[in-house]
Design a protein. Structure first.
Length: 451
């Protein structure tokens, strides 16, 4: 202020007005800046279950530890609440309390929920504070190996699939194995593979063979929902075989259907439904492997893998064909389709697969859910599960809405194998994480005795 006063002594009245006019906006701007600075910040929330995988035993108390960090320059206060619901949206428990956390400080909370019956539950932690509102959404499971579901297996299910396999056997595969030097490397030879499958339809796949040996186990991958599989260059100790079933990847010559309509193609007729041919395409892939042992394929060590739709295809393949020696799957789509229907009905927005099924139903009002099940009961991977006898590893994400954990575990519990394991990834949606795949690699190597 001293410098300003000196300036004023030697300045006219009008100059003073100009200076004041300039200083006032600056002063207001500074005040606004300080006010905004006080408002800047966030509340960082974290919720961790007492058990790392968010799975609890029968009779065990469910417990979460919450950490709340306030980076605002002012105290945050308001309400903290949490609500527990079943996976199909039914409210089970709710609690609300006053909550505050000081400026620039942290606070911890413990939330305990009474033991629950076998199943999966949603728990939402909600903070409604002075300058911050947020919800942390989690899912926990209780005694998942005790989850049960009813099998809706048609009386002629086995006969239907036996007749389908017989029809496939009458189709001459006319295999073609085409070396692709443009895709090959010093360490891997890549081949494009073609074959005729169910209804004489041409399908394709990719075969990648390491160059540093003469005989290898096989990693056989089946595709996700309208997903293109490309040459798998990541396996050093396996021959990698990837099949693109009809309508997927480079197998779209005849069947070329978008994602909205793929799963509903011919849904009104179990004999013509798209997945009848798709399931047979996967078996035709096994036929190829067994007929080409001369390429270094160890047919005694074939493991099939798939995620999402691929998880369903992997289960079906291992169920129908005992040539599969090991099965690994992640987030298997379509599992326990009837319970999936009930769970998905509680969603605010529909997702795969019932997004497509409900959309089809709305477009065809004469088509009933009874008609839907009359077809899909022949294709629900859960109905193939008791036929699977080989070792199985399954990975699921607890936040998955496409493949609800309850449905995946119902399928798992129906598996006929006595050598089966599952891994739950608590913070994943329709996926698993890197740690799962690291474990899967070690798990398969142990099954095949690969050093």
């Amino acid at each position: 202020m001293r410098n300003i006063n000196i300036y004023l002594k030697h300045t006219s009245f009008w100059a003073v007005l100009i200076v004041v006019a300039i200083l006032l906006p600056v002063t207001k701007a500074n005040a606004f800046f300080l006010q905004q600075k006080n408002k800047e910040g966030e509340v960082i929330l974290d919720a961790k279950p007492a058990n790392k995988n968010a799975l609890f035993k029968a009779g065990e108390e469910i417990s979460y530890k919450l950490s709340v960090k306030n980076t605002y320059n002012e105290k945050q206060e308001g309400k903290f609440s949490y609500i527990v619901t079943s996976d199909d949206g039914k409210k089970i428990f709710e609690n609300t309390a006053d909550f505050s956390v000081g400026a620039g400080s942290s606070k911890s909370l413990s939330v305990k929920v009474a033991p629950k019956a076998a199943g999966f539950y949603h728990i939402n932690f909600m903070f409604n504070l002075s300058a911050y509102d947020d919800t942390v959404r989690k899912v926990f499971g209780v005694n998942p190996e005790a989850i049960t579901s009813e099998l809706h297996k048609p009386d002629d299910f086995d006969q239907f699939w036996e007749e389908t396999r017989q029809q496939l056997s009458k189709v001459s595969p006319q295999y073609k194995v085409i070396f692709r030097p443009d895709l090959s490397t010093k360490y891997k030879k890549v081949y494009s593979v073609e074959m005729k499958s169910y209804e004489n339809l041409l399908i394709r796949g990719w075969l990648v063979i390491p160059t540093d040996g003469s005989k290898f186990p096989v990693h056989y991958r089946v595709p996700g929902y309208v997903v293109e599989l490309k040459p798998n260059m990541d396996n050093d100790d396996y021959i990698a075989f990837d099949i693109n079933v009809r309508g997927n990847g480079n197998s779209k010559d005849v069947v070329h259907i978008n994602t909205d309509n793929y799963s509903t193609t011919n849904i009104q007729d179990k004999d013509k439904y798209i997945y009848r041919g798709v399931y047979m395409d996967c078996l035709r892939g096994l036929d190829f492997l067994y007929s080409h042992a001369n390429l270094g394929i160890d047919t005694s060590k074939i493991f099939v893998e798939g995620g999402s739709q691929g998880g369903a295809l992997a289960v079906v393949t291992a169920g129908l064909d005992k040539r599969v020696k090991v099965l690994t799957m992640q987030v298997p789509l379509y599992a326990d389709i009837r319970d999936n229907y009930s769970i998905s009905a509680s969603y605010k927005e529909q997702v795969v697969p019932f997004k497509m099924f409900r959309q089809y139903k709305n477009q065809h009002p004469e088509f009933t859910w009874e008609q839907f099940y009359a077809t899909f009961d022949y294709y629900d991977p859960q109905n193939f599960a008791p036929m699977v006898k080989c070792p199985v590893l399954m990975g699921i994400g607890l936040l998955d809405q496409f493949c609800p954990p309850r449905c995946s575990m119902a399928l798992f519990n129906h598996l006929g194998s006595t050598n089966k394991e599952f891994v739950c990834v608590p913070n994943s949606t329709h996926e698993v994480d890197f740690n799962y795949f690291m474990f899967q690699n070690l798990w398969v190597r142990e099954k095949f005795r690969i050093p």
